[in-house]
Design a protein around this ligand. Structure first.
Ligand code: PLP
Length: 403
């Protein structure tokens, strides 16, 4: 039995009321709520071991460093990376992808090609466009099928002798489509091309195994998986990271600095300039503990139960169109109500205590491909309930009758 009530009890924010009603939080695709254990770990970091990492001989600094390096080892285990040298802490998925785009592309030249898909978040489009503009690279884009699954034939057809990297999401933040990333990586490798996976939307629902996937780069954010905000992870294959130049310069990423020439630190520090959010990093193992104790597969099964139930019940509401119906999709529902603007739907749902996201979801090329400006989007987390889905459906029915 999945004990959702005891899970909810671990999330103080879920006790909020909005407009006199218990809050229904369905904006989990953007960010999840945080369990008390993570906030307690952050508090312990600030009150117990607040000293800058890696720079001190004193006890507090060594404790803070130990917490950060324990977190790195915990992440290594979580995603089954071979070495902690391959785990780079960043501010989030966005910074992780920018790091690869800036650093990996430094070795490319005009006419080299990068493959993306049309369902990418802007975080996996714009960093490549910046480099394309700077270096004269060519970006090629694979499209989708009617159900929101990737057009794999088109993806395969885009590889050429000039392809240098393929970058794609594990899970779409709009359609919920779960891409066959292991096959896509294998396809890239068959052309001698490395692959980057944007795992931002996967990590709340599954435990990626970077070695089983054979991924070259895998990026994700902790705030979407019950962890602290402002922290991300870039996994990178050691041989690739070693060949890449630093992304930012400053403290921690150096071996020796002089005006005659500077040398850089070993991995992973070569890519970690400046003081990181070491308190948040030190607290992230608590988020992984929460997911491990709850059971990632049990959480995913519960979320899919909610997805199926909610999808069925939404069919009762006149004028609903759902975007993304690929088999095995992630627990994300993007939809529009006929004749209503998504902002109006979102605002009226909010006034009834239901928190959903509206807009283009940082996926404007996908919106363009779908022929729409935006959608209303909800996503389920382990703490959501059938009762909340029922309250959402009642609020949606009321919204539909008002618009
Ligand atoms: N990629 C995908 C698929 C996302 O859904 C998001 C955020 O919604 C991002 C990247 C960017 O994540 P962050 O803002 O945490 O860097």
């Amino acid at each position: 039995m999945f004990d959702v009530e005891s899970i909810r009890a671990r999330f103080p924010a879920l006790g909020r009321e909005l407009y006199g009603r218990p809050m229904v939080y369905f904006d989990n695709v953007a960010t999840s709520q945080t369990p008390r254990c993570v906030v307690d770990a952050i508090t312990a970091g600030y009150f117990g071991a607040k000293a800058n990492v890696h720079r001190g001989v004193h006890t507090l600094s060594q404790e803070a460093t130990a917490l950060q390096e324990h977190a790195r080892e915990r992440v290594r285990q979580w995603i089954n990376a071979e070495s902690v040298s391959e785990i780079i802490f960043t501010r989030g998925t966005t910074e992780a992808i920018n790091l690869v785009a800036s650093s990996f592309c430094a070795g490319l030249s005009a006419g080299d090609e990068i493959i993306l898909t049309v369902m990418e978040h802007h975080a996996n489009i714009v960093p490549w466009q910046l480099q394309a503009k700077r270096l004269g690279l060519v970006i090629k884009v694979a499209g989708i099928n009617a159900d929101g699954s990737l057009n794999l034939d088109e993806f395969r057809s885009l590889f050429s002798p000039r392809t240098r990297l393929a970058a794609f999401c594990h899970v779409s933040n709009v359609l919920g489509t779960v891409n066959p990333v292991a096959d896509m990586i294998a396809e890239a490798h068959s052309h001698g091309v490395p692959a980057l996976v944007d795992g931002a939307q996967a990590v709340a629902h599954l435990r990626p195994d970077v070695r089983a996937l054979n991924a070259d780069f895998y990026a994700f954010s902790l705030h979407k998986m019950y962890g602290p905000s402002g922290i991300g992870v870039l996994y990178g294959r050691r041989s690739l990271l070693e060949a890449m130049p630093p992304y930012q310069g400053g403290g921690e990423m150096i071996a020796h600095v002089s005006f005659d020439g500077t040398t850089y630190a070993e991995l992973p520090y070569k890519f970690e300039a400046g003081t990181p959010d070491f308190v948040g990093i030190g607290a992230l193992p608590s988020a992984l503990d929460f997911m491990e104790e709850t059971g990632v597969e049990a959480m995913a099964a519960h979320e899919h139960y909610l997805l199926d139930y909610c999808t069925r019940r939404m069919a009762e509401v006149p004028g609903v169109t759902i975007y993304g119906t690929a088999p095995g999709k992630s627990p994300v529902i993007s939809f529009n109500l006929a004749g209503a603007h998504h902002y109006d739907v979102g605002m009226l749902l909010d006034k009834q205590g239901v928190e959903v996201r509206t807009g283009h979801h940082c996926a404007q090329p996908l919106m363009h491909a779908l022929g729409i400006e935006g959608t209303v989007r909800l996503g389920f987390a382990a703490y959501n309930t059938i009762d909340e889905v029922d309250r959402f459906i009642a609020a949606l029915q009321r919204t539909a009758s008002m618009l």
